[in-house]
Design a protein around this ligand. Structure first.
Ligand SMILES: [Zn+2]
Length: 322
């Protein structure tokens, strides 16, 4: 039932039915409209975490796409790391062993990078995306460090290889003359001085004029006449090695200091110059000027049986031709 409202009108001294003026209707309408708007905004605000604005929805989708991208990036980093580890294994088990290099300290190989501090700038982000980014950066840093280590290691091996390539042809590894070994290295009775003293090389006898060969690549240091060794040549091979060839009858053409010689090249001829009791070659090997037994270097050049025969011959004679 509709309730009717009356007001007392003082002019007409009677009750008249109350009605709304157009202005009051307008104000009431505006009030309802504003209330409705405020209530709607309130409801939307309360629901916004669930629904999200269109901009937020777009951002969320982008975030998700980035997160997936990050996961794929991590997978690629992991596969790169696996390939690098294969290189490291080959380095340790093959190259370093072949070249006689010491293994890289495992602690150095494993050394971690940074620490939590290095990625502190990411702490302003709290999302899982920031955690994933931190993980990715850490792995990249590790990868970079491992690659650096590997580069150093390969550079070291390359240097060793280059040295070895030069060392092998330089070693005095062949027998210097086709002759008979008659006197070995060590204490011997000197046939001219008539005392026992260190024989600092080995003696080979061969007919005069038999060619004498350089036993390793090197440079002629001396090609001199006179003195106890008579006509003699000293070759410097590098790595501290020198060889001496004494009592030569003559030098091969062009043998003078500074001349480069190859292993097996003829440098002179068997003779009997200097303090010598017959045509023979006195041959010495020295490292940093310390005399070494030349026999030890022939092992690569001759058969074990011939080496054994040479050793026995060297031991038998207590006398040197010097
Ligand atoms: Zn000798």
């Amino acid at each position: 039932m509709h309730r009717r409202l009356f007001v007392y009108d003082e002019q007409s001294c009677s009750f008249v039915e109350a009605g709304f003026s157009p202005t009051r209707r307008y104000v009431a309408f505006l009030g309802f409209f504003l209330l409705g708007a405020v209530l709607s905004a309130l409801i939307l605000w309360l629901l916004s975490p669930v629904l999200g604005t269109p901009a937020e929805t777009a951002l969320r989708a982008e975030n998700e796409a980035l997160r997936r991208q990050m996961e794929q990036t991590q997978d690629r980093i992991q596969s790169l790391q696996a390939r690098l580890e294969e290189l490291v294994r080959r380095d340790e088990e093959l190259y370093r062993v072949l070249l006689g290099a010491r293994p890289v300290d495992p602690e150095v190989r494993q050394a971690a990078v940074g620490g939590a501090e290095a990625y502190r700038f990411l702490n302003v982000f709290s999302s899982p995306a920031a955690a994933a980014l931190r993980q990715t950066l850490k792995r990249l840093d590790q990868l970079e460090r491992q690659i650096q280590l590997q580069q150093h290691s390969f550079a070291e091996l390359r240097r060793l290889l280059q040295e070895r390539e030069k060392l092998l042809p330089a070693l005095p590894a062949i027998v210097p003359v086709q002759g008979t070994l008659v006197s070995g290295f060590g204490r011997r009775f000197h046939p001219i001085l008539r005392i026992v003293r260190d024989h600092e090389g080995v003696d080979f006898i061969a007919p005069p004029g038999t060619p004498v060969y350089a036993t390793g690549d090197g440079i002629v240091l001396r090609a001199e006449t006179g003195g106890g060794y008579g006509n003699h040549i000293v070759i410097e091979h590098g790595f501290g090695y020198t060889t001496l060839y004494g009592h030569l009858r003559a030098f091969a053409p062009g043998m003078r200091p500074g001349r480069r010689v190859k292993r097996g090249e003829v440098i002179g001829y068997i003779g009997n110059t200097g303090l010598s009791t017959g045509p023979h070659l006195h041959y010495e090997v020295r490292r940093f000027d310390r005399p070494l037994n030349p026999l030890h270097f022939f092992l690569a050049d001759i058969s074990p049986a011939r080496y054994q025969a040479l050793r026995e011959a060297a031991e038998r004679s207590r006398l040197s031709l010097d």
